[in-house]
Design a protein around this ligand. Sequence first.
Ligand SMILES: N#Cc1c(-c2ccc3ccn(Cc4ccncc4)c3c2)n[nH]c1N
Length: 241
Amino acid sequence: MTMRLDYLSIFPAYFDVLDISLLGKAAVNGLVEVHAHDLRDWTHDRHRTVDDTPCGGGAGMVMKPDPWGEAFDEIIGTEPDSSVHVIFPSPSGAPFTQSAAQELSSAVRIVFCCGRYEGIDHRVIDYARSMWTVHEVSLGDYVLNGGEVAALAITEAVVRLVPGFMGNPESLAEESFSAGQDGLLEYPLFTRPVSWRGLDVPEVLMSGHHGRIAKWRRDESVRLTCERRPDLTDSDFGVPH
Ligand SMILES: N#Cc1c(-c2ccc3ccn(Cc4ccncc4)c3c2)n[nH]c1N
């Protein structure tokens, strides 16, 4: 099954990068199909205007609904279809999580609506909700200038989970935030040389004792999670007091 990804933006060139690396390979393998669109193609004035002043006053500009609606009609269609997932990156969106990425990895179609300025006229989101499955999501508690970077990050998080994308799917199970990791942060990683600039690989990892190695890794995941992400520790994870 091919996942179709559409990107609506006034800077469609942001998505040229999707031709590179694994994502490019996935497109070649037919796993994903990428289409980037310039929202200004659905404007009709000489200046190709996509924004206007906010109703009720306030700073900045708001993206007009008309170009979005016409782009939706052409790109997605005019009939409701809950199998189409429409993603609006937004600073006021719900935090995007690994479980959301997991859910979206089985979608047949995802449309990213990348706003700029102060944001998109809310009626665009309301209209989209009446037609498709809509996700208003945020990457995190910091401010970006638009939705494109978020769309790229979400794309990578989702597509890497599509069956057949990763050469070794087993590696997914041990990553931070993966279900296989019990929601813990990933343990520290080491490779050769065993000694590097006076720094050595922990002896336990060279012991060949799989039980001890597994315990060290679990303990390190719990330690790191307690230190850096207490919000993820909804239990003691058997932390020794
Ligand atoms: N996802 C996500 C985001 C964004 C984001 C996303 C879309 C748009 C469209 C326009 N802007 C600029 C803007 C608008 C209003 N307030 C502040 C900045 C965006 C920011 N910022 N921070 C995140 N984690």
